[in-house]
Write a protein that binds this ligand. Structure first.
Ligand code: C2G
Length: 437
């Protein structure tokens, strides 16, 4: 019996895929089809796959062409599969010519002519892309954000509202809408990404939602809980998405870490300690506003938002501007702390301690691609690595588009967490339980 193997993502299975499978089958008597796992696609840069692994497998099964379907999970697996199943022929479309010649050592390699004029990307792109306008003056951040839309199907950044266009990249300067008037931008887009000063967020978000535009806003969304609640209610009323932009939440390693904790891998969590610092030497330093939401994220996501009390210890550089803030939280069965600073340097790590073991995320933990689960018995320790591209911005954009187009909530940050972050800002501004050093 001549065994043939082929691999693919098969997102929105189409005529091109089916023709490939038919010809693959004709190369032998038994066809094995490897369907890529979501994680493997992410690692190889395919972050736009719309259908789940199960849907894609079902579609391949429905063709009736595969004698066996397997899941492709890791780089190099093809060699293992060929040996394991005693494969005689490996085949794939001509878009891959040369790429799999290394398999010739193990079996015959055949590149079949690709079917022209059809592809999953085109099918995905046929759905009209949402337009997005970006709002903000910080050139480094805006440039970084704008670069990411090319990796995400279904959204296109078409304009900017800024007072700092000279400092922006050439790509931003070439966007079709360039304005310093927010309303002009809003009129022409379906959604906005807001990275303005936090005190401007409330009005800008409200205006956008009132016009039926979706909003992705850097954190903190507002400087008090009441306003944030009002905006979430307005978003719901208008059928719009309002999503807090903390890209770390969308990093694969970070979200896997949360799942490991929820599944009890380190027992009951007793403390969460997060540190974020930089020495940016800004004239106006507002450590808690800049770093606070990020540092608070793991605390509220792991321990919840119902703490019993919290206490701030702050050093003010000038009126209202802290260059160092520490917050200690007391929960019924746990404790937590954040340390944020712009002008004081410390190790930017995240440590989550539990009754069975702990999780250690090395600095800078907010760009998480790696973490360790450590135990008393070191032989049980585990290390985890997950590729992080674009600092998580592209995954955040994928989630934003998904929330809008599929009408389901694809946010990784619960509204309760966003509200708790706003409340933490509010209490700080009102010096509730705050000691100065
Ligand atoms: N294909 C084709 N004609 C098209 C589109 C795709 O012949 N118009 C072929 C591809 O060459 C591939 C298979 O159909 O052999 C599946 O395509 P994709 O789902 O795009 O998967 P791909 O990213 O090519 O994965 O490990 C993964 C594999 O190496 C290939």
């Amino acid at each position: 019996m001549r065994k043939v193997i082929t691999y693919g993502t098969y997102d929105f299975l189409h005529y091109g895929h089916i023709r490939l499978l038919e010809r693959a089958k004709a190369l032998g008597d038994y066809l094995i089809v490897g369907v890529t796992a979501d994680d493997f696609d992410k690692v190889r840069g395919k972050i736009n796959v719309q259908q789940t692994l199960v849907e894609r497998i079902e579609a391949v099964k429905a063709t009736g062409l595969a004698d066996k379907i397997i899941v492709e999970e890791y780089e190099g697996q093809k060699i293992d599969d060929i040996k394991r199943y005693g494969v005689d022929v490996f085949t794939v479309g001509s878009d891959w010519v040369g790429k799999f010649d290394y398999l010739k050592e193990y079996c015959e390699v055949v590149y079949l002519e690709r079917t022209e004029g059809i592809s999953s990307s085109e099918i995905r792109a046929q759905k009209r892309a949402l337009s997005m306008g970006i709002v903000g003056d910080d050139a480094i951040s805006m440039n970084k954000f704008q670069k990411e839309d090319i990796y995400v199907n279904g959204i296109e950044i078409i304009g900017i509202c800024t007072n700092n266009i000279e400092k922006m990249s050439d790509k931003i300067k070439n966007l079709s809408i360039i304005t310093d008037d927010y309303k002009t931008l809003l009129d022409k887009v379906d959604s906005v990404y807001i990275y303005s000063k936090p005190e401007e967020h409330y009005e800008q978000i409200k205006m956008a939602l009132n016009q039926g535009k979706h909003v992705l806003c850097e954190s903190p969304i507002t400087m008090n809980k009441k306003q944030c609640k009002e905006l979430f209610d307005l978003a719901e009323e208008k059928g719009c998405i309002l999503m807090e932009a903390i890209r770390t939440a969308y990093a694969t390693a970070y979200s896997r870490l949360l799942l490991l904790i929820k599944s009890g891998r380190i027992g009951n969590v007793v403390s969460v300690d997060a540190t974020c610092t930089s020495l940016r030497n800004n004239e106006v330093t507002t450590s808690l506003v800049n770093w606070g939401p990020l540092a608070l994220l793991p605390i509220y996501q792991i321990l919840g938002c119902n703490y019993k009390s919290k206490r701030y210890i702050t050093h003010f550089k000038s009126e209202g501007n802290d260059d160092f803030t520490k917050i200690d939280f007391l929960y019924p069965n746990a404790t937590a702390s954040i340390k944020v600073a712009e002008g004081v340097k410390a190790e930017g790590e995240l440590v989550i301690a539990g009754t069975k073991g702990y999780i250690y995320v090395p600095a800078p933990w907010w760009k998480t691609d790696y973490f360790e689960v450590r135990y008393e018995n070191q032989t049980l320790n585990r290390r985890y690595f997950y590729q992080l591209d674009g600092e998580g911005i592209r995954y955040e954009l994928v989630a934003f588009v998904r929330s809008i187009t599929e009408g389901k909530n694809a946010k990784y940050i619960d509204d309760k967490v966003t509200l708790a972050i706003c409340k933490t800002m509010e209490d700080f501004e009102n010096h509730v339980n705050l000691s100065e050093i």
